[in-house]
Design a protein around this ligand. Structure first.
Ligand SMILES: Nc1ncnc2c1ncn2[C@@H]1O[C@H](COP(=O)(O)OP(=O)(O)OP(=O)(O)O)[C@@H](O)[C@H]1O
Ligand SMILES: [Mg+2]
Length: 225
């Protein structure tokens, strides 16, 4: 098996036949729920790799050929504004998918890790990968989580800080602005993520402050929603 990529929690192998195997390194994690969500999203028209086989921490799925959205923007093939439009459109698509379990009328399927590293630019359009965080909830939360992730990158020393700033500015004009408390909820979720590095933790307050400004939130001492 040829190793294609190694993420924070999983390794992805090319297993031939147009398929990849995504294998959690911590073997006890089950991918049953992840596969269920991916199939549900796909049935409702979201571009998601087709799931072929599930066993324990292994998920075998359709191989999607193409660069990630980040790589496509870095190499100039994809203008930043076009990337932002495509990411907003993926949010839109996911939030049209009915919730799997929640009965709350405003709840939909959420991806909750919907950022440009989790989008593969296939020749026939963007495909959304990496679904372990998906759950039911209010669409504003998904947009807020994406915005927090991008704003953290802006505030981290790294090669993509400027790209993230331009992307975030464009993205925020293409989505319904999440209310102030949704940014706080998204930041709390991020802070609870065991995979976050100390530098990413440290970037959270500046990220949140930037988003309040970008989304035009008033400060808490002004009456605000
Ligand atoms: N269906 C697929 N087809 C082709 N390549 C894939 C596919 N799924 C994942 N990959 C490759 O593996 C990489 C990591 O995948 P994924 O984001 O699902 O794993 P991860 O462990 O959660 O990674 P990270 O922690 O970096 O988010 C992707 O960037 C992509 O290069
Ligand atoms: Mg990923």
């Amino acid at each position: 098996m040829k190793l294609l990529a190694s993420g924070r929690e999983a390794d992805v192998y090319d297993v031939g036949d147009g398929r990849v195997l995504r294998r959690y390194r911590n073997g006890h994690r089950s991918v049953g729920d992840e596969a269920l969500v991916m199939r549900h999203a796909r049935q409702h028209g979201v571009r998601v790799p087709e799931v072929h086989r599930v066993a324990g921490g292994d998920l075998e799925m359709e191989r999607i050929d193409g660069p990630t959205m980040v790589d496509a923007m870095v190499n100039g093939a994809l203008p930043i504004d076009d990337g932002a439009v495509a990411l907003a459109s993926l949010h839109h698509d996911v939030h049209h998918v009915p919730a799997l379990r929640s009965q709350a009328p405003e709840h939909r399927l959420l991806h909750l890790d919907l950022h440009p590293y989790n989008v593969i630019m296939a020749t026939d359009g963007p495909v959304l990968i990496d679904w372990p965080h998906a759950t039911d909830g209010p669409p504003d939360l998904d947009v807020a989580v994406t915005a927090v992730i991008l704003a953290q990158v802006v505030h981290l020393p790294g090669p993509h800080a400027e790209l993230a700033a331009a992307f975030l500015e464009s993205f925020t004009t293409r989505v319904a602005p999440p209310p102030r408390q949704m940014i706080a909820a998204a930041a709390t979720r991020r802070a609870a993520d065991a995979n976050l590095t100390p530098a990413e933790h440290a970037a959270l307050p500046s990220a949140v402050a930037m988003l309040h400004q970008l989304f035009g939130h008033r400060t808490p001492d002004q009456s605000d929603s």
